[in-house]
Design a protein. Structure first.
Length: 315
């Protein structure tokens, strides 16, 4: 594909330059010329090395770990483009950090997902393109348009091509039921739910399984794979209930803390994720399969640039 429009420019921070290059390659255009580095005191230094006056600029920058550095890079790049007179700036945030801090669960607690939305808007973004927000209501935290892509269609397509039989899609908790139902409908298979109690953050305890899994090949589906405690415990419980084998998938592979150790030792046959977050070399182990979101983000960028519907990408 070669998209010919000099008014469309794509820039990248340091969070996921490989994804940015893949998006630009899909569109057949060169990445915008920009320097994103550090001053000697550690402050972020951004220099845009080409004319962007009147252009439609897209900044590819997931706010993944190190989340604060990547978030500040995004804000400063947006500010630089705004002050250089870009006509519109779209923040392309494949993974939206702080998304799990979307509400108050106790007194005197911040709603950081809303604060980050305010910062992005204040910096000068006119639009946001993101994937699989942990909480859908975060779209409403912005006072600018938000295009929200789902990871399930890509993951479902992958499993459809594998040709697995006797499938059931399982939500590892009640929070992912909508996501599991979407995948189940695409694969035309039933769903089940793991009823889980979480005594404290990042600690999960499986309580019960709702639905029939005995003799079935199970696909666990979630949006974020962080410490992997949820999917590993769910996989063990499903096998104890008679499941034949367990696959797991998620859009965002954070894989923090004991995640690699847990997944390596777990009965999960394969973990399928996307490249919204880049994997470090030590995170690439035998069980993991990475699907690229570059093409779908590239198509969304074209549609936003041309004023077309983004939702039709998945219909």
């Amino acid at each position: 594909m070669s998209y010919q429009d000099s008014n469309l420019k794509i820039f990248s921070g340091n969070a996921n330059p490989e994804l940015a290059r893949a998006i630009a390659s899909h569109l057949g255009i060169a990445l915008g010329e920009i320097e994103v580095g550090r001053f000697s005191n550690g402050e972020i230094k951004v220099i845009v090395n080409e004319n962007v006056r009147g252009c439609d600029a897209f900044v590819i920058q997931p706010t993944s770990s190190p989340v604060n550095d990547n978030l500040m890079e995004l804000l400063i790049i947006i500010d630089a483009l705004r002050r250089a007179s870009s006509s519109r700036i779209t923040a392309v945030i494949p993974y939206y950090g702080y998304a799990r801090q979307d509400r108050k669960t106790r007194g005197r607690e911040p709603i950081t997902a809303k604060l980050v939305a305010n910062l992005i808007t204040t910096a000068g973004a006119g639009r946001v393109l993101t994937m699989d927000l942990h909480a859908g209501q975060i779209q409403g935290f912005f006072d600018i348009p938000v295009d929200h892509l789902g990871g399930v269609p890509l993951l479902a397509e992958y499993f459809a091509r594998k040709g697995l039989s006797e499938l059931v899609v399982v939500s590892p908790d009640f929070g992912s039921v909508t996501r599991a139902r979407d995948m189940a409908e695409r694969l035309k298979v039933p769903i089940a739910i793991v009823d889980k109690r979480r005594p404290e953050p990042n600690v999960a305890e499986v309580m019960n399984i709702i639905g029939r899994v005995a003799g079935k090949t199970v696909i666990l589906v979630d949006d974020i794979i962080d410490t992997a405690g949820t999917v590993v415990l769910a996989a063990q419980a499903l096998l104890e209930k008679g499941a034949r084998e367990v696959y797991a998938c998620g859009t965002h592979p954070i894989l923090s803390g004991p995640a690699l150790e847990r997944l390596t030792a777990s009965p999960i046959k394969e973990l399928v994720v996307t490249n919204t977050i880049p994997l470090k070399p030590e995170q690439k182990f035998d069980k993991i399969k990475v699907i690229s979101v570059a093409n779908i983000l590239g198509e969304a960028i074209i549609r936003i640039h041309e004023g077309l519907s983004v939702s039709k990408l998945f219909t």
